[in-house]
Design a binder for this molecule. Sequence first.
Ligand code: SF4
Length: 298
Amino acid sequence: MQTACHRSAGNDYEQQRSLSARIFCGLTILALPLVLFNVMETIPLLKGCVWGPFQSPRLGRTLWINPLPTAYKLCSLNCLYCRLGASDNVATDVTPYENDMPSAERILSSLEDTLLKGADFDTLAVSGNGEPTLHPEFGDIARGIRGLLADNDIKKTFALLSNSTTLVKEDIKNLVSEFDLPIFKLDAGREETFERVNRPDPHIKFEDIVTELKELGPGIHLQAVFVAGPSGNMNARDLEAWMKIIREIKPKAVEIYSTNREFPGMGIQMVPLVILEELAKKAEKYSKIPVVAYGNWR
Ligand code: SF4
């Protein structure tokens, strides 16, 4: 016998299949000029520990804090679509890289100089050339920045952009409350998709990330990057799993993006904004959580 829940899940699945079919057609038509122009560039690495401000579609005028090396990307993931390009430095243990990272003291003193010069910004965001929470002094950095903002009576949004993989560490999870706007990545609703799209360090388990995100729930924002194609995360099964997970996590809001370049030979493609907007509407209806699509990452 089919229960109400099964019927609801079945209807949702059919609707998602239909969305997936429309996405495929839309992509074929809308992405063709982009493919023809073959936009391939990666973005440059941030060349300092305090960088900007730059305009961000979502965060406004943003001053970026980069606690990571400036010569290479250092991350616990190696996402297929990463705007910094692929990396050999995929790690959860960053001991071999520590000498290339700025100390908490240096970051705080650079930021203080920038603040004293009267930098004009809306948001101060900790992000950078990879995963910022990998920095061994991340606690000192987060608390130190919060203190600097308070001491200088600066009432700007303090944001974190993290890929969620370090939330299994209690000390990192406890720091989330230091931020006005903690944003965590979740591009997948299934382990298989996570492994394919985000290519994690082998110590990282998808189900651990989901467990931690569920604990944080309404205290965080989620962000997801979607890419089409055979290696992407836009097929009906992946979309259904992702929507179910965000409904279970219950974040305050979800922001979705695609990339702004093409990836010849990698089995992924950018997703036009019109398709993302359709997905956002669908996900919002399904999860009852605000979901907003942006045309450009960050
Ligand atoms: S988490 Fe961000 S920095 Fe790390 S590989 Fe993915 S996109 Fe790149």
